[in-house]
Design a protein around this ligand. Structure first.
Ligand code: KG4
Ligand code: ZN
Length: 497
């Protein structure tokens, strides 16, 4: 890529139940399209990973189209693709990573696989939202999947995880307690709503990991499982699902306990690290009481509180694109195309799939130059320039010169690649047997792109279908194999039934 100074970056986010695509140009937000599969999970009372993965697969092509239309650009204008590679739900992440790989390869642009949690903080890089990321900052990220306290001194190179939840995430606690009180999923907004009519001091529920004995080991960690159990026990003895005031009081008291712990620990972190800024992120940051208490207590402590607008608080592709754009503006190397989803990616790693630093010996260079001389003598100057750039550090690794393209050869490649893509995706729900045609589709698609640039459209379809087929087949196969392995382990007495 020619590394434009304000690159147009498309970001894909599929770590949980939102299929989201954002497009940014540098720090300017151009599009932020989010499609949520929450309705599908409602009857289960929580996100079902396989249902989420399937929903991403169905939604992603149209979400990409909508984002491109909203940004007023064409896919060919995209300079780089960024994608969440973790942390998150394995199957859901795989669909996003698969789609991003297909898109990046078909557009011949670099791929940046990035960290979801760092992405939440990167929202602050979107200067068009009227903000600027000022560092250092403490970041409190609270959603259905995570509750993390980060110290961010540098968005790419210096993110320290101060604490995490040791059991339920804050949003998960909201969802579970709401269910207990007979409120629908997702419970956070429901509790937020009914608690407005309740008394937050009506009942005193436990504040997890705030006891003096927890200060040494769990100063910045969170625990909401004890609180959830305490509310459940209380409700079992005194609950009345017809008493709206009682529900409002319990909801408000529970919410107060969560908010108190979140804000107290975040401000303790600011204090301990001498940081005067706090960024909130994640779905729970939409909570009215959390915003109110955080604003009041931050003002008292002289801490500058940043809460992104709702569409950028919950999971979104714009934050992923923003982080990708930041990596590009710092001249970072693209992620390896073989990068995979990493459900437990640590927040200290902003970018995944970085190729190992390769030492290029004079011998290697000589060999490549000889190879190049033998194959394409006319392009010698271009190759020398490539080597030159590599040596001066502008391009950290060198790829051997590509082979001369014989355009007349393998004219069947685009047709075969796209047919395999369709076949692979169609077969993937059936016990994952679509894996082989899908892999072949991506291989033929890549070879085809090099040999038949004129058939780009069909090959793009083949690559995207191929990668999606790989993702779905792997998810489905793992879902089918897990109970079988479990049964074997139980039969062998390794696992309790
Ligand atoms: O960030 P998000 O949209 O998705 C992930 O979980 O990654 O967060 C969803 C979570 C759910 O648990 C939902 O109940 C919670 O955020 N939530 C809220 C509110 N709005 C959403 N929790 C408390 N108050 C809210 N207003
Ligand atoms: Zn999130």
């Amino acid at each position: 890529m020619s590394a434009p100074s304000t690159p147009l970056v498309l970001g894909i986010e599929t770590s949980c139940d939102e299929t989201a695509v954002g497009i940014v140009r540098g720090g300017q937000l151009l599009a932020n399209v989010i499609s949520s599969s929450m309705e599908l999970h409602r009857r289960f009372g929580g996100v079902v990973p396989e249902v989420a993965a399937r929903a991403h697969l169905e939604a992603i092509p149209s979400v990409i189209d909508q984002a491109v239309a909203e940004a007023g650009v064409s896919l060919d204008d995209i300079d780089a693709v960024a994608v969440t590679s973790g942390p998150g739900l394995a199957g859901a992440l795989m669909v996003g990573v698969g789609a991003a790989k297909g898109l990046a390869q078909s557009l011949s642009v670099p791929l940046y696989a990035v960290n979801h949690l760092v992405g939440h903080v990167s929202v602050e890089l979107l200067t068009s939202e009227g903000r600027d990321l000022e560092l250092p900052t403490i970041a409190l990220l609270v959603s259905g999947g995570h509750t993390s306290l980060l110290l961010v001194r540098d968005i790419v190179d210096d993110v320290v995880v101060l604490g995490d939840t040791i059991d339920d995430a804050a949003g998960e606690a909201f969802d579970k307690v709401a269910r207990l009180l007979g409120l629908p999923y997702p419970g956070g907004p429901e509790i937020d709503r009914v608690a407005r009519a309740g008394n937050p001091k009506a009942y005193s529920f436990p504040r997890g990991l705030t006891h003096p004995k927890d200060q040494e080991k769990h100063r910045f960690n969170f625990s909401f499982s004890g609180l959830k159990t305490a509310v459940a026990r209380w409700w079992e003895q005194h609950g009345d699902s017809d008493d709206e005031q009682l529900i409002a009081d319990v909801a408000a008291s529970f919410q107060d306990a969560v908010v108190d712990v979140l804000v107290t620990k975040a401000l303790d972190a600011c204090n301990e690290h001498g940081v005067k800024r706090l960024v909130l992120g994640g779905g729970v940051a939409a909570n009215g009481r959390l915003r109110e208490v955080a604003e009041a207590r931050c003002a008292d402590a002289g801490v500058d509180l940043r809460v992104p607008p709702l569409s950028l608080c919950t999971d979104n592709g714009a934050m992923i694109a923003a982080l990708g754009a930041e990596l590009i503006s710092r001249g970072r190397h693209a992620s390896d195309i073989g990068v995979s989803a990493d459900p437990t990616l640590a927040a200290s790693i902003a970018q995944a799939g970085l190729p190992p630093k390769r030492h290029v010996s004079d011998e290697d260079l000589g060999e490549w130059i000889n190879q190049r001389d033998a194959e394409e003598p006319s392009d010698q100057a271009e190759f020398v320039e490539q080597v030159d750039q590599a040596i001066t550090g502008m391009q950290p690794t060198i790829t051997p010169p590509s082979r001369r393209v014989n355009k007349a050869r393998r004219t069947w490649l685009p047709t075969i690649a796209s047919s395999l893509g369709v076949l692979g995706l169609a077969l993937s729900p059936a016990f994952g047997v679509g894996l082989i045609p899908s892999i072949l589709a991506t291989i033929f698609g890549q070879v085809g792109l090099r040999q038949h640039p004129a058939k780009r459209g069909r090959l793009i379809v083949a690559l995207v279908l191929g990668y999606l087929g790989i993702a779905v087949s792997t998810v489905i196969a793992s879902v089918l194999v897990t109970p079988f392995i479990r049964a074997l382990l139980v039969a062998w007495g390794i696992l309790l039934p």
